[in-house]
Design a protein around this ligand. Structure first.
Ligand SMILES: Cc1cc2nc3c(=O)[nH]c(=O)nc-3n(C[C@H](O)[C@H](O)[C@H](O)COP(=O)(O)O)c2cc1C
Length: 207
């Protein structure tokens, strides 16, 4: 099967979203925790999360155009802070439900029975059920003019691993933690590690 850009333009909107969000392959699925300046907590699942650099440690995510109220975006712009909470099999339905468009005075924690964990140094809420939680501060917002989305760039302020250690080489055993991956806006996968290979160098050639 071959699909051209004309075919893409002629696809039904939801089918095109489904296809487009599957094309990059599996992505993370995390709950983004924010709190408005007036104190209301908010959770939303995001998959467009990617590492942007290691010195300083930067993580970016893409937000949709703000043609409707976007609580995650407006809270981040207000407070310059958010949390990333990895999603496991145990909370995947609740995490998915957080994508519903709740009014801004409804907390997704209350709506889905997820538990809020308030770290003393972090204004934004963490998800207590999440095994890997990260707090970030806003570095910059990059407007993507092609489609009015935005790349939100955050600097890691704190990593919270309630029941896990980081290995001496810095690696995290995400499969052991039960972290999930996702495609499209409705499909979730568990992780199975199949290899951990040494740093690649050009293969030695012999005369
Ligand atoms: C699996 C999944 C992944 C999503 N990824 C993103 C994303 O990367 N960026 C985004 O803006 N919205 C994403 N969404 C949609 C938001 O979760 C949804 O618009 C939510 O209502 C936003 O809530 P808020 O207004 O509280 O920020 C995703 C939804 C699902 C179900």
């Amino acid at each position: 099967m071959t699909v051209t850009s004309d075919d893409l333009e002629n696809m039904a909107k939801l089918a095109r979203v489904q296809l487009a969000t599957s094309l990059p392959g599996p992505k993370p699925i995390c709950l983004i925790g924010t709190r408005s300046a007036t104190g209301s907590p908010n959770l939303a699942p995001f998959s467009s999360i990617t590492h942007l650099g290691s010195n300083p440690v930067l993580i970016g995510m893409v937000t949709r155009p703000d043609t409707v109220d976007r609580h995650t975006l407006s809270n981040i712009l207000e407070t310059k802070e958010w949390t990333i909470n990895h999603v496991t099999r145990e909370i995947v339905e609740q995490a998915h439900q957080c994508s519903a468009r709740y009014p801004d005075d409804t907390s997704e924690f209350d709506a889905t029975d997820l538990t809020e964990f308030q770290h003393p140094e972090i204004h934004s809420p963490f998800v207590a059920e999440s095994p890997l939680r990260i707090a970030l501060t806003l570095e910059e917002v990059i407007d993507i003019s092609s489609n009015n989305t935005r790349l939100i760039v955050g600097r890691v302020k704190l990593i919270d691993l309630p029941n896990h250690q980081i290995a001496d080489d810095g690696s995290l055993d995400l499969a052991h933690l039960g972290t999930l991956a996702s495609t499209a806006l409705d499909t979730y996968f568990s992780l199975t590690q199949i290899a951990k290979l040494p740093y690649a160098k050009p293969l030695q050639t012999f005369p």
